[in-house]
Design a protein around this ligand. Structure first.
Ligand SMILES: Nc1nc2c(ncn2[C@@H]2O[C@H](COP(=O)(O)OP(=O)(O)OP(=O)(O)O)[C@@H](O)[C@H]2O)c(=O)[nH]1
Ligand SMILES: [Mg+2]
Length: 432
């Protein structure tokens, strides 16, 4: 069913998931609030609630950052802590928008917000240019597979709409995008506070002939690979359903490709082969099940399949590994060092894991990999891990679901790192 009037473009080409990223206080929340306000996505009572909250905080006028900064501590401190998701639709497109925190302490939350995005809106305070944290965020987004940067050169009102200040950000942004291997970059001069060039073209920037931020977002291609998981069919088993009359079926979400009844499959990591006899949802049997659909499948043979196993085509299975080279975004104060023991969550499987070696750290400014023996908080680096149960993995670039994992502290159960299978894939990455 279409969520917007008129004939929608083909599914996948019209839904855009975006994450607003960048350094603390550069204006991400204000920009998202402005975008929602100026595209008439906010109800009168929402605007009234934000106006009342602004008055209580002693702010003149309506602080649109409060549209996404809803937590009490966020409002009191004027910073975003947790990712807030908002939805918007225009006649041509539907958006899922993640407003990420900029503060370095909440990089973990930013990585969560960016992990499902097609496109990153990098918000930059035009008077300060790209800061280290802006670069770290752009780098994490690139590692997470975001291949399109839209840069909002923000607070143009404070720089007297100076074209030279805008051009300086354009140069920095193009240089960064090129080195991150992102082939598309658009830089829009905006004032999130006043609304210039957000949804409406500004009269303050006659020297700028490019799109408004909204137009840039409406024109952006989606990174459909991120959601259909590529062509390789993958079904992580989430649940084994035992039927009263005997027999079993296996439930999970298709995380790539398409499954059809009759497909020859292999169950990993065990390697048993069989054939799919049916693919169903609650509504009945299907001729085919595409990515993102939650299904149950039945097999021709009575195999020992459990939660955490992965069903894949026999002709195109993922690699089964006990040792994994991976890129980690390390989030916690305790360093990441060889010998560290953790739990690793990969698709639906939880397994013990040990850091075998820490090989290199990515310098987020020079984008060089430098040899190291440990990672500190918010570092990005390459490690080797040994896992207790063999894992069926794809490279992250081939499949976001089977190519990623989280590392969990054994005792506190806190997430200490996000991992991507393989070394970082950034353009022409030099090794130090
Ligand atoms: N003058 C001016 N001020 C702005 C503009 N955009 C944002 N600000 C102000 O900058 C401050 C920070 O804005 P936020 O939107 O909270 O920044 P943020 O990037 O979301 O901050 P974090 O989420 O904590 O990283 C607020 O006081 C805003 O009113 C702008 O275009 N012009
Ligand atoms: Mg914010």
């Amino acid at each position: 069913m279409s969520l917007i009037p008129g004939a929608p473009p083909a599914p996948g080409s019209w839904l855009l998931r975006l994450a607003a990223i960048g350094s603390v206080d550069d204006g991400k929340s204000t920009l998202i609030g402005r975008l929602l306000h100026d595209t008439k996505q906010l109800f009168d009572d929402q605007i009234e609630a934000v106006a009342t909250a602004s008055r209580h905080l002693g702010i003149d006028g309506v602080d649109l950052a409060l549209v996404t900064d809803g937590l009490r501590v966020e409002r009191e401190q004027g910073v975003t802590i947790d990712v807030a998701y908002r939805y918007a639709s225009t006649p041509t497109r539907k958006f899922v928008i993640a407003d990420c925190p900029g503060h370095v302490q909440y990089t973990r939350n930013m990585a969560t917000g960016a992990s499902t995005a097609d496109l990153a809106v990098v918000v930059v305070d035009v008077s300060a240019g790209l800061k280290e944290q802006t670069r770290r965020h752009a780098c994490i987004a690139a590692l997470l597979g975001v291949d399109h940067l839209v840069v909002a050169a923000n607070k143009m009102d404070l720089s007297d709409w100076d074209e030279a200040a805008y051009q300086a950000v354009v140069e920095e942004a193009h240089d960064l995008a090129r080195r991150l291997g992102m082939d598309r970059v658009t830089v829009v001069p905006v004032s999130a506070l006043l609304g210039d060039n957000v949804a409406e073209a500004s009269t303050h920037t006659p020297w700028y002939t490019g799109p408004t931020l909204l137009a840039a977002l409406e024109e952006a291609p989606t990174g459909a690979w991120a959601h259909d998981g590529g062509s390789r069919a993958r079904l992580p088993v989430q649940w084994v359903v035992r039927h009263p009359g005997g027999g079993r079926s296996y439930a999970g979400m298709v995380s790539g490709g398409t499954f059809r009844p009759g497909d020859e499959i292999v169950v990993l990591p065990g390697g048993q082969r069989s054939r799919l006899t049916s693919v169903e949802t609650f509504d009945g049997p299907l001729d085919e099940a595409p990515a993102s659909l939650s299904v149950t499948v039945r097999l021709d043979d009575d195999l020992d399949v459990s939660r955490g196993d992965l069903i894949a085509p026999a002709t195109d299975p993922p690699e089964v590994v006990r040792d994994v080279e991976a890129t980690l975004c390390w989030f916690t104060d305790a360093p990441c060092e060889a010998g560290g023991r953790f739990r690793l969550k990969h698709t639906t499987r939880l397994t013990p894991a040990q850091i075998v070696s820490v090989d290199s750290r990515l310098d987020v400014t020079s984008l060089e990999l430098q040899p190291t023996s440990h990672l500190g908080p918010n570092d990005i680096g390459v490690v080797h891990l040994a896992v207790g149960t063999p894992l069926a993995v794809d490279p992250y670039r081939a499949n976001r679901a089977t190519g990623s994992f989280v590392v969990i502290d054994e005792h506190s159960h806190a997430t200490v790192a996000a991992g991507m299978v393989g070394a970082p894939v950034l353009a022409a990455l030099p090794r130090g």
